[in-house]
Design a protein around this ligand. Sequence first.
Ligand SMILES: Cc1cc2nc3c(=O)[nH]c(=O)nc-3n(C[C@H](O)[C@H](O)[C@H](O)COP(=O)(O)OP(=O)(O)OC[C@H]3O[C@@H](n4cnc5c(N)ncnc54)[C@H](O)[C@@H]3O)c2cc1C
Length: 314
Amino acid sequence: MIQYHGEIIYEKGRHTKLANLMNEFPEIDIKQDEPLMRYTYTQTGGPADWLAFPKSIDEIKQLVQYTRENDMPLTVLGNASNLIVRDGGIDGLTMILTNLKDIKVSGNQVTAQAGASYIDTTIAARDHKLTGLEFAAGIPGSIGGAIFMNAGAYGGETKNVVSSATVMLPDGTIEHFDNQGLDFGYRHSSVQDNHGVVLDATFTLEPGDYEQIKATMDDLNERRAAKQPLELPSCGSVFKRPTGYFAGKLIHDAGLQGYTHGGAQVSTKHAGFIVNIDHGTAADYVAVIKHVQETVKAKFGVALETEVRIIGRN
Ligand SMILES: Cc1cc2nc3c(=O)[nH]c(=O)nc-3n(C[C@H](O)[C@H](O)[C@H](O)COP(=O)(O)OP(=O)(O)OC[C@H]3O[C@@H](n4cnc5c(N)ncnc54)[C@H](O)[C@@H]3O)c2cc1C
């Protein structure tokens, strides 16, 4: 930490504290030092130096270009349902895209903006009698996060239904990627490599029967509620599926369900989830994750890799 004109500046975030983004962009909704625990599904995470809620592609572009020109770190969040933001918060500018939430249906195509919820998108598809998105009925992320992560459930994957996505690259240019160009893999897409901002995605679906689509979605949501600790804050399945195993079963068999550090606990309902039972911090989450990884490795020789993304300053 250094002092500069009476202002405390963190070495790492030097540009961050010098700039005043609220003055730079009076039209854009921007907050300073905003606690991210208000936005994350785990209800943990320190402050974003700057937190912006752009309302248009043009506002996103202004922010992307500003951060690039001023060498300021930029982080994009969707619904923050697959994230642990460390307790020190996030350097530079963080953008949440939930103001861009239009969903349009044309024929058998559904186009949703990045900040639209995946759940609302599945409902729009159902209401237009389009089948193919039922698997995502209970995935609590945004469309941007679903493309970034190639979210999937119950045998379905985002990659199977997306025909294209619009992405703003770090230099502010906008590119349309088809399914192949998105280079989907298990919890992977090319957006993780090109560091772009997903703006929207188009899903190509099939005509279906409303009642049947609804019944499938209701059934999957019931199965989810029966198995997952939806009544407590969490970030979904913490670990990727290791080849040949199930993370949850390994954690269960290692006797780790109920293991608690501070306010974070390996769920007693679903071993793959870590829940916030009592004002848990990101540090509590990280400690539980580390203990689970070490124990499973020692007992079964399997390395558990996190699916959830851990970001920010300690
Ligand atoms: C109770 C619960 C159940 C869940 N069940 C499932 C499940 O069944 N299947 C599954 O796959 N996941 C599941 N998840 C995890 C999560 O919902 C998904 O991974 C989801 O796709 C993440 O979307 P998000 O908007 O919350 O992304 P965030 O958590 O906000 O972000 C995740 C990553 O995506 C990036 N990102 C977000 N938006 C954009 C954008 N517009 N452009 C570029 N990058 C972006 C972020 O920078 C971050 O690196 C679950 C989570 C919870 C809490």
